[in-house]
Write a protein that binds this ligand. Sequence first.
Ligand code: NAD
Length: 447
Amino acid sequence: MVDLSKLEPHVFAERLAALGLRRAAFLQDPTTGLTCSHPELAGLGQSLIGNTRDYDRHQAVFLELGEQTNVLLGAFLHRTRRGQGIGGVRLWSYASVGDFLSDGLRLSKGMGRKNALAGLWWGGGKGVIARPPGQRHEDPAYRAQLFRDYGRFITSLRGAYVTAEDVGTTEPDMAEIHAVTRYVVCVPGSVGGSGNPSPATARGVVSAMEGALDHLGVGELRGKVVAMQGIGNVGGFMLAELLERGVAKIIAADVSPNAVRAIRERHPGERVQVSLVAPGDQSILFEPCDVLAPNALGGILNPDTIPRLRAKLVCGAANNQLLDQQRDALLLQQRSITYVPDFVANRMGIVNCANEQYGTIPDDPAITRHFDPSWENSVYRITRSVLERAERAGITSTEAANALADELAEQPHPIFPERTSQIISGLMASGWARATAPAPLRAASGA
Ligand code: NAD
């Protein structure tokens, strides 16, 4: 029998369509572990459970073949006691269905933890779209079709998952999704969206730095030296926040001549030293400094770089800074380098857009309280809690953040407890997974 998890996503999509299937659901089951909507896909369910690195009793995984494009679409729900799953949708190229599923499981777990630690009344969710082979996704007309397919898929899930922008997707893509569903945030400002999250993200990371410095008993940012990798959207705003707080010096590196020029023009003078570097040049990570802020790439904290770091504290915006969560967190701990887990520091991206449907207010208190150390869920306070817990228990800051997040994720939504479970039960009772492929589906396939 064919191992479906090994198939390329577009081959899997053709196979499903040939079986007359258009949708599939894998649901957490307290007695059997996991139930699968179709016996033909039981093996795939087994491979989900067998993925012990990424599978964590996820509440649900929904798959659909795009109505117009036949592309494999996914929506992944981790814990949803705090509310409906929310998190961005990623458009990415996957070598196999197994890789596609792993990414959705891993990312939705990460979002559940980030949302819970941010005190949001939202659960963990993530969307994944398997990028079709070739460059079709760059054709605007095809792309619009693809994101409308995704929007219709989200509509069919009746609000169990609310989607947003993520790697590989743009604001115009969100506008296409928004044209066919209400369950999307990070939509353009012209239709009531919250706009660029980068200033809030930058301020959140700076709050996390302040919490960590306070925890270390080394005072404020004033007079400190900060090294930054990446001065793009977040890095640029972060630089201004740091200067406002009186840092002694900022050393920054970027691979983009435009980004470097813009910062040099905006901040002439000796306190900011910006270098243009080649893509492989990691030397900024090894500068002597008080705080290192990775604001560009993931995976930069690894056995090659960690022994050479000269910062006491690492706290930045980039996602997935540790190449291997467990191993590299331990390496940092062994070197007595304090690490603020990325999902603790960079929460403001999702915070900025998560509550778009509750309207917008200038200097929205639902946003600004995240920067107020007197609020128990502020970035500052959660950073301190995580670092204190790690120190007390002799564990890494990543383990401490995960443990705190997992506790918070069990808190039920104050108005709609178990709403998402009820939505999922309703979907299954009404035969959501049994919808079959419409006739034009195969004609449009071969994507
Ligand atoms: P961006 O693309 O605007 O900026 C990234 C910058 O890093 C660019 O200027 C790029 O030239 C530079 N860069 C790339 N490779 C580099 C290298 N090898 N060395 C030095 N510089 C390099 O992205 P952004 O919106 O500023 O986001 C930065 C990071 O923060 C990303 O990892 C992103 O996923 C994460 N993040 C962003 C937000 C947000 O609100 N924008 C929220 C949460 C997390």
